[in-house]
Design a protein around this ligand. Structure first.
Ligand code: GTP
Ligand code: MG
Length: 246
């Protein structure tokens, strides 16, 4: 949905259900959540660059950001039994601004979460570790609700952002599961839910195996380097090992 359509959709909803001045508040709200996504996005880029600089390695594969659609904000409020007001959106909908960080390995998820937690201007409001405690569906991911201060010309506004951190494999599963469940509107037959849980297990095994493989590769490279360092000086150069680097 285009930015413009989204604005008009919420304006129509608010005009229908509440006072006119709420429309202006909605515009301010979306401005704040967009600013929060920019702030947190920049922080994550810097952390990733620093990691690359120090450890010669990127823990982040990629980042996705999104602002929740007006339709789903209103749906969520109604589901919780709240009126459609701007105040209620700020108070009860924690994922209006969302960032998804896709990491290479499970260990990177915890490094990222720790680095985010240490940023002194961010407040961590809640953490849900669905990696240690997966959901009934099989869903795995690390969730944080944080708030970031947005500095305006005459005030500072703490703005909430939902951060989901997962591996490429977890993201692959969650994206497809979401698509499948959407088709069934939450009422998928048992054998399908069962199969999805089986797939989630396979995804976890894949993550574990990839992590072990990565550790083995790093160890092997280290040993090769040590062996090379112990070679007597003046020995002929080894032929190219044929390794492909990205
Ligand atoms: P929501 O009302 O869905 O936001 O749930 P919540 O407030 O209880 O928060 P929770 O941390 O459990 O889930 C937040 C988000 O995680 C959802 O909006 C989804 O993006 C994702 N999520 C949670 N459970 C599942 C799941 O079973 N499958 C998939 N694909 N995504 C999930
Ligand atoms: Mg959500």
């Amino acid at each position: 949905m285009g930015e413009r359509n989204r604005e008009t959709e919420m304006e129509n909803i608010l005009k229908q259900y509440s006072e006119e001045n709420q429309v202006d508040s909605w515009k301010t709200l979306i401005f704040l959540y967009n600013a929060a996504l920019k702030e947190v996005g920049t922080k994550l880029d810097i952390l990733n660059d620093e990691f690359q600089h120090v450890h010669k390695y990127n823990p982040i594969e990629h980042i996705k950001t999104r602002i929740k659609t007006p339709e789903s904000i209103v749906k969520k409020l109604r589901k919780q039994g709240h009126d459609t007001t701007i105040d209620n959106m700020v108070k009860y909908v924690n994922d209006i601004a969302g960032i998804r960080i896709i990491c290479s390995f499970t260990s990177d998820i915890y490094s990222m979460a720790e680095m985010i937690g240490k940023q002194s201007d961010l407040k961590v409001l809640s953490i849900k570790d669905y990696i240690k405690n997966p959901k009934e569906s099989g869903y795995k991911s690390y969730h944080m609700i944080i708030s970031v201060p947005i500095f305006l010309s005459d005030s500072v506004v703490d703005t909430k952002v939902e951060i989901q951190i997962r591996t490429i494999a977890m993201d692959f599963w969650a994206s497809l599961e979401h698509k499948i469940y959407y088709k069934f509107e939450g009422n998928a037959p048992d054998y399908i839910s069962q199969d999805l849980r089986e797939c989630a297990k396979m995804v976890s095994q894949l993550d574990e195996r990839m992590l072990k493989l990565n550790e083995a590769i790093l160890k092997c490279l280290e040993e090769q380097q040590e062996a090379r360092a112990e070679e007597p000086k003046g020995a002929p150069e080894q032929a190219d090992s044929g390794q492909i680097s990205e």
